[in-house]
Design a protein around this ligand. Structure first.
Ligand SMILES: Nc1ccn([C@@H]2O[C@H](COP(=O)(O)OP(=O)(O)OP(=O)(O)O)[C@@H](O)[C@H]2O)c(=O)n1
Ligand SMILES: C[C@](O)(CO)[C@H](O)COP(=O)(O)O
Length: 227
């Protein structure tokens, strides 16, 4: 099923501590965000890529896109102070009724084969997210003291891509803005509409590069996918 994808890439990478946007760090010789873009460039079901960047990163990202022959970029959109606002700046640009994926540029190890089920579930249900069951025990903590251990049988680690009918995603973002709600993912905005969000099983390789340790994992994962 055809889809368009919004790639938020306008963060600063503060937790990575690299002194620059972590998306420019190289894995196996290529910048992180180029690895991510290449997945969608190769996917014949992806019709357009909407890349969201910060003003300071725009020119460098544009030249790297050209050098790596990424041709599906519909527009490079200005980011906002929060991930949610960055995504919305791209949502506003999408007019026709489409299935839209939102995928973090910081998650380069997305398996293209997972897009098919994700987009089909979103087309039927309106919203779907990739997720994996958590593996650790989770506890609620106040200060340095455990308050309670949470039953983990119903806890999932939510990933991206997250897939939506664009009309639903637009409605959800606009409600969040009106009510000054800030969520950490797009699905939480759709949930606030009272709309069900379906889970599609992801995989544990689909990590978000966030802190320095993630770079070690990334080097290992890239070896797994090298043909
Ligand atoms: N204002 C923002 C913040 C984040 N992002 C993007 O959203 C994705 C997930 O965000 P995160 O991993 O938190 O990236 P950063 O915000 O850069 O990281 P940090 O919080 O450590 O600064 C990343 O691809 C990031 O570039 C964005 O487009 N606009
Ligand atoms: C959207 C997300 O990747 C789902 O797990 C996550 O919420 C992004 O969080 P971040 O703090 O903006 O990286």
């Amino acid at each position: 099923m055809a889809y368009e994808v919004i790639i938020p890439a306008a963060g600063q990478g503060k937790r990575m501590g690299a002194g620059k946007n972590k998306l420019f760090l190289k894995i196996d010789g290529l910048p992180v965000f180029i690895h991510t873009l290449k997945v969608f460039e190769k996917d014949e079901n992806c019709s357009k890529i909407w890349l969201v960047t910060s003003p300071q990163d725009k020119q460098e990202m544009h030249s790297l896109i050209k050098r790596n022959k990424i041709t599906k970029i519909a527009a490079i959109v200005d980011g906002g102070d929060e991930r949610q606002y960055s995504v919305y700046n791209a949502v506003k640009e999408i007019s026709k009724d489409a299935i839209v994926l939102v995928h973090d540029a910081a998650r380069p190890f997305i398996d293209v084969h997972q897009m098919k089920e994700l987009t089909e579930v979103a087309a039927t249900n309106g919203a779907a997210v990739l997720a994996v069951p958590i593996k650790d025990t989770v506890k609620k903590v106040t200060g340095d003291t455990v308050e309670e251990t949470v039953d983990r049988s119903s806890l999932w680690a939510i990933q991206t891509p997250q897939a939506f009918r664009i009309s639903l995603l637009k409605e959800a973002h606009e409600k969040a803005i009106r009510e000054e709600f800030l969520g950490t993912d797009d699905a939480s905005l759709v949930e606030r509409l009272g709309h069900n969000v379906k889970i599609v099983m992801g995989n544990y390789d689909n990590i978000k590069l966030t802190t320095p340790e993630d770079l070690y994992f990334a080097e290992a994962i890239i070896q797994k996918y090298k043909v």
